[in-house]
Design a protein around this ligand. Structure first.
Ligand SMILES: Nc1ncnc2c1ncn2[C@@H]1O[C@H](COP(=O)(O)OP(=O)(O)O)[C@@H](O)[C@H]1O
Ligand SMILES: [Mg+2]
Length: 279
């Protein structure tokens, strides 16, 4: 591959630090690269700075109180140089986010159809028929019904697994090049969790979107990630293929994480399982 071609494979290339006002830095010289179409895991214990990293990429940090300093290059743009208006045009269209608790991310007072319409209109113009088509396609893409009966439901009338599928469908509606999933399966029971993980992998295959999959749970990310970055106290201490992280962890902290995973996992790793955590 020529160096130009390999450059084009890089979707996001970041090197930055973040400090919340009056506190020591939360992220210190974090370096991260995401290739087009890959699933990159970001694993670290609670408080290590994972959500701060996600918010920095999405431009959701308070620019005055907690500015990200450095560069976050996405395609050909440095996200840290964009105005709020430019960021709004990008969020939900080129970079989308799925969070931990689906029911609190949906508006309880609005029918699913209304929420889908709003998500579509945020970045598209077209007829009602175009909108209805886009909603139907999105729902089919996450294996949910797309009939009237389903679209008339309120979030409280769905299971938590269905609600998470709805959120994922909305997030991928505009075919973002990058989807950030921040602990998107952490609040789910084991079976729903493994179904949603399989859905992320399926969407990655079918749409080619890259996923930054954030979790405190090394074992659960193993099954879907091509590479894993380990975040420890605001620094990325190791980044490698899932296989390398599991079979030959280099950093002492990664080795401790691996040692915390029950033996059965090692024999079959990498596996989906809700057993080992970084906490
Ligand atoms: N808005 C904020 N103001 C001040 N400190 C914050 C804020 N958000 C997070 N922090 C602190 O930054 C650190 C990293 O938090 P976070 O990025 O949420 O970590 P993680 O997602 O890995 O649990 C924690 O010590 C947390 O208390
Ligand atoms: Mg978090």
């Amino acid at each position: 591959m020529s160096s130009d071609a390999s450059q084009n494979q890089i979707l996001l290339s970041a090197h930055f630090s973040v400090r919340y006002a009056g506190k020591p830095p939360v992220l210190r010289g974090v370096q991260l690269e995401i290739q087009r179409g890959e699933v990159l895991g970001l694993v670290g214990q609670s408080g290590s700075g994972k959500s701060t990293l996600a918010m920095a990429i999405l431009g959701l940090l308070d620019k005055k109180r907690s500015p990200a300093e450095g560069t976050i290059r996405f395609e050909d743009i440095d996200l840290l140089q964009l105005s709020e208006r430019q960021l709004r045009a990008l969020r939900g269209r080129s970079i989308a986010l799925v969070l931990q608790s689906p029911l609190s991310s949906l508006n309880p007072a609005l029918k699913i159809r209304t929420q889908f319409k709003e998500a579509w209109r945020a970045h598209a113009s077209g007829t009602s028929a175009d909108c209805a088509d886009a909603i139907r396609n999105s729902l089919q893409g996450v294996s949910l019904p797309s009939d009237d009966e389903f679209l008339r439901k309120y979030p409280s009338q769905m299971s938590v697994g269905q609600a998470q599928r709805v959120l994922i469908a909305m997030a991928v509606m505009h075919r973002p090049a990058l989807l950030i999933a921040d602990e998107a399966t952490s609040a789910l029971d084991v079976i729903t969790q493994s179904e949603i993980l399989a859905l992320f992998r399926e969407l990655n295959h079918s749409t080619g979107m890259a996923i930054l999959y954030i979790s405190h749970d090394l074992a659960s990310v193993a099954g879907i990630c091509d590479r894993i970055a380990i975040l420890h106290q605001g620094e990325i201490v190791e980044c490698g293929t899932t296989n390398q992280i599991f079979t030959n962890p280099q950093h002492e902290y990664t080795q401790r994480l691996m040692a915390a995973i029950p033996r059965l996992m090692h024999a079959n790793a990498p596996l989906h399982a809700k057993t080992a955590t970084a906490q």
